[in-house]
Write a new protein. Structure first.
Length: 581
């Protein structure tokens, strides 16, 4: 037991802590506030406290639990809402009201609820860490595998089906000369990644249903991406869209230091929205971690690790997991505050010198892996972090450190947002290092000409950017006929294809097949228009064809009526042919 000798906001220094270890969880003062040791010097420990420290003073007791900050893993995670240190917020509200009382504690997983366990192994079988022992049907869409614990492996002595709580014994395994009781509950330290058999190169895209992403800047399953952008450019809405529609089996959404109303939107929408893949509410495959701007600063740092550890648990079951962190800038600000209180040497703009390594530790826990166990099973975690640079300045340290790590950069533009073009992903500054690797998958599974279409569309957008300067100086009349067609096609790509309405029932999500049909229509019109130019048709006559309206409205064609695109293409060819005569 130690004693408090200094209190500085969320940082507490205690002496008499010689027997403690780094990252041990401690209880502070008469309230039993939860803290974590982040620095040890001789017998003095610096502790970041995850709750308000008002009322704590010199001489108060500090008691170490002897174990690191950990999360509970087992049935009951899906549909749960936690704070940054995995305290269940609905349970806390029931016991302490709308404001969380200090020192309050509640088990993250319900100890009373019984789950129906179905074994998939039998007595006499030999299992190793990571092997499936059985499963619980946690929700209609999540088959929750009960896995052999990481520190356990041997022969099954007994295992039985039935209804059990997460702390009831479901099996006995002979480990050497001892017999271990196996329960459904596991605990895992958050600051160290869960082990896996082998990391693999990601080769399959994570389909998002957002056209600008899937077409130009795709992310692979197991990939890492960042969404930097100034205030009001739509970072949170993009992350909400990805959480709703991405082709991931499990979503872990971490609201880290952002406004509470943004998490409220998630809580209100997800139970109502239907998953396009299963027809079930999106909450049936989602875990929410809320550590908003009005909650303790220090807990922001823990919330990211809590989220990624839960993601790794589901990855180890063979699921494809997507974790959304909104935003890593607020997480970095918490690091900066704690570093300042520790009186560490500041780096650029006051951030700690280890900012880059901490960001890398988080993003490197994503990936596509072969999981532990005798069965050859693959799982993945795709990590997508929002970055909120002050004033939209991407030269600041968090943005620059993130750009050195991630493989996909969806740069949001304030000018696009002000023009009400959403998603406001700027195609001139964004990039994806997965594009070439995923091109083969797109060409094989969507269309052989996919790469040709996307590269052609991007070339037109880039050519438009170079022509804009001429247009601003002397207007469109000074352009050549071919350049006028280029400008019109670029406008069609921007307004008819890339612009997407998140609140329109049809336009909010676009399948890859529909994306291909839409883009093919725009590029086909461009090709026919250039053919007509060669036959001395005026560009104004081409641009004003009636079929242009149908091309612009094609985004609102339902997924079950995609044959309508064939009719529009026939009409387009007919009208161009009439112009040529």
């Amino acid at each position: 037991m130690g004693k408090v000798i200094k209190v500085a906001g969320p940082l507490i220094v205690a002496d008499g802590m010689r027997d403690c270890r780094m990252f041990d969880v401690v209880r502070v003062g008469k309230f039993g506030l939860i803290g974590e040791i982040i620095e040890l010097r001789a017998d003095k420990a610096s502790i970041q406290v995850y709750e308000e420290t008002a009322g704590i003073g010199a001489g108060d007791d500090v008691i170490s639990t002897g174990s690191p900050l950990s999360v509970e893993l087992g049935p009951g995670l899906i549909e749960s809402i936690y704070d940054g240190i995995q305290r269940p917020l609905p349970t806390l509200r029931a016991s302490s009201g709308n404001r969380i009382a200090r020192g309050i504690e509640a088990p993250p997983l319900n100890r009373e609820k019984k789950w129906t366990f179905t074994p998939t192994v039998k007595p006499g079988d030999v299992v190793i860490p990571g092997d499936e022992l059985g499963f619980v049907q946690e929700t209609p869409v999540v088959r929750h595998k009960i896995m052999t614990p990481l520190n356990c492996g041997g022969q099954i002595i007994s295992i039985k089906p039935g209804d059990f709580t997460i702390v009831d014994t479901i099996a006995k395994i002979a480990v050497g000369d001892t017999i271990k009781d196996i329960i459904m509950l596991q605990k895992c330290a958050v600051r160290q990644g869960r082990p896996f058999a082998q990391k693999q190169s990601p080769t399959v895209p994570m389909i998002t249903g957002q056209r600008v992403i899937d077409t130009f800047f795709p992310i692979a399953r197991g990939g890492v991406a960042a969404i930097p952008g100034p205030f009001g450019s739509g970072k949170t809405v993009v992350q909400h869209q990805l959480a709703k529609w991405a082709s991931a089996d499990i979503i872990v959404y971490v609201g880290c230091g952002e406004r509470g109303n943004e998490m409220t939107d998630v809580l209100n929408e997800f139970p109502e929205l239907k998953d396009p893949q299963t027809g079930e509410p999106l909450m049936k495959r989602t875990v929410l971690i809320a550590n908003t701007s009005d909650m303790p600063v220090a807990a922001r740092e823990a919330s990211i690790y809590t989220g990624i550890t839960i993601g790794e648990y589901f990855r180890d079951m063979g699921y494809n997991v997507a974790i959304m962190a909104d935003s890593t800038s607020r997480w970095a600000e918490a690091l900066r505050e704690m570093s300042g209180r520790l009186e560490e040497m500041p780096g650029e703009e006051g951030y700690p010198a280890y900012l880059s390594s901490r960001l890398a530790e988080f993003y490197e826990r994503a990936g596509s892996v072969k999981v532990l166990g005798t069965q050859s099973i693959n799982g993945s975690i795709s990590a997508i972090g929002a970055v909120s640079p002050p004033g939209g300045d991407l030269s600041e340290p968090v943005s620059q450190a993130t750009l050195r790590i991630i493989k996909v950069y969806w740069g949001l533009s304030a000018s696009l947002a002000y023009r009400r073009h959403f998603p406001a992903v700027d195609w001139l500054i964004s990039y994806s290092l997965y594009s070439e690797r995923l091109a083969e998958w797109y060409n094989e599974n969507i269309a052989q000409e996919w790469s040709h279409l996307t590269s052609g569309a991007m070339a037109i957008l880039q050519e438009e950017a170079s022509l804009q300067e001429i247009v601003r100086l002397v207007g469109t009349d000074a352009l050549s006929p071919k350049d006028k067609i280029t400008m019109d096609t670029a406008k069609s790509i921007r307004e008819d294809y890339l612009h997407q309405d998140a609140f329109n029932e049809i336009d909010t999500y676009t399948s890859l097949n529909k994306q291909y049909r839409m883009l093919k229509l725009v590029i086909a019109f461009d090709t026919l228009a250039r053919t007509a130019l060669n036959k001395n048709v005026e560009p104004e006559d081409i641009i004003e064809l009636p079929v242009k309206e149908k091309i612009s409205r094609s985004k609102y064609i339902p997924e079950n009526e995609l044959e309508s695109f064939d009719a529009i293409e026939l009409e387009m060819k007919k009208e161009i042919a009439q112009l040529i005569g």
